[in-house]
Design a protein around this ligand. Structure first.
Ligand SMILES: [Zn+2]
Length: 232
């Protein structure tokens, strides 16, 4: 969900993977979380299988063997994100607090479907490409303007950021669209699942607008759901 974390994890995943546990090995001790964990495990199986099918249909040569992990750190903020291990296997990671903050299986499935869609749509690779492209263009401009090495490096860093930022909103909406399809084919209701948006801060007026406003995201989900014959 949170783009900055998404990129950060891409770089550090190899070092931090030990802090995460496979969803099927998750057995929290608190009774209230135990029920959520059982529901979450069930959702993981259904959405994992549905996402794998869509991935195999929509991609060529991409690893479609989704692993779902829990970050059990009780101090980690509610968050879900997608990353790749060094062999290109996709992982979807939910923090324990994220699972707690969902209100039902449909919301869990919706968030998971969205993260799976980021992988199927190749968003990590596309972001890396955009970052490189931005760095190259800004670097060349700085060089043409006679900047010294430090100035060129500063320009490249800024260019990489601009390259990433320029597409994040589109990527989120693309992931919402495909995530709706995955949620539905896994047997959950995306219209119930999207209620999650109504409880998270609207980036339309916060967070430097790296994410599209919630209203726009809801519109995309409603449109996609209508194509599936689902209405509120
Ligand atoms: Zn996202």
């Amino acid at each position: 969900m949170h783009r900055l974390r998404f990129l950060l994890v891409l770089v550090v995943s190899a070092c931090t993977a030990g802090g995460f546990i496979a969803v099927d090995d998750w057995s929290p001790s608190s009774p209230e979380l135990r029920d959520s964990a059982l529901t979450f495990q069930q959702v993981s199986r259904s959405v994992g299988a549905a996402a794998q099918k869509v991935c195999q249909r929509e991609t060529r040569g991409q690893n479609c063997d989704f692993g779902i992990l829990i970050d059990t750190d009780p101090f980690a903020e509610p968050n879900a994100f997608q990353t790749l291990d060094k062999d290109g296997r996709p992982f979807i990671i939910f923090t324990q607090e994220m699972v707690k903050s969902t209100q039902n299986a449909d919301e869990m499935a919706f968030v998971m479907g969205h993260e799976a869609a980021h992988h199927i749509l190749g968003h990590i690779a596309r972001q890396v490409k955009n970052a490189k492209e931005g760095a190259r263009i800004f670097g060349e401009l700085a060089e043409a303007q006679g900047e010294d090495a430090a100035g060129i490096e500063r320009a490249q860093k800024l260019g990489a950021e601009v390259g990433v930022q320029s597409y994040t909103k589109e990527f989120e909406l693309e992931a919402d669209r495909m995530g709706t399809l995955i949620t539905y084919s896994a047997g959950y209701n995306p219209l119930v699942g999207m209620a999650y948006f109504s409880r998270i801060p609207d980036p339309g007026d916060r967070f430097l607008a790296s994410h599209p406003p919630n209203a726009k995201r809801i519109e995309v989900v409603l449109e996609t759901a209508a194509q599936l014959g689902l209405t509120r």
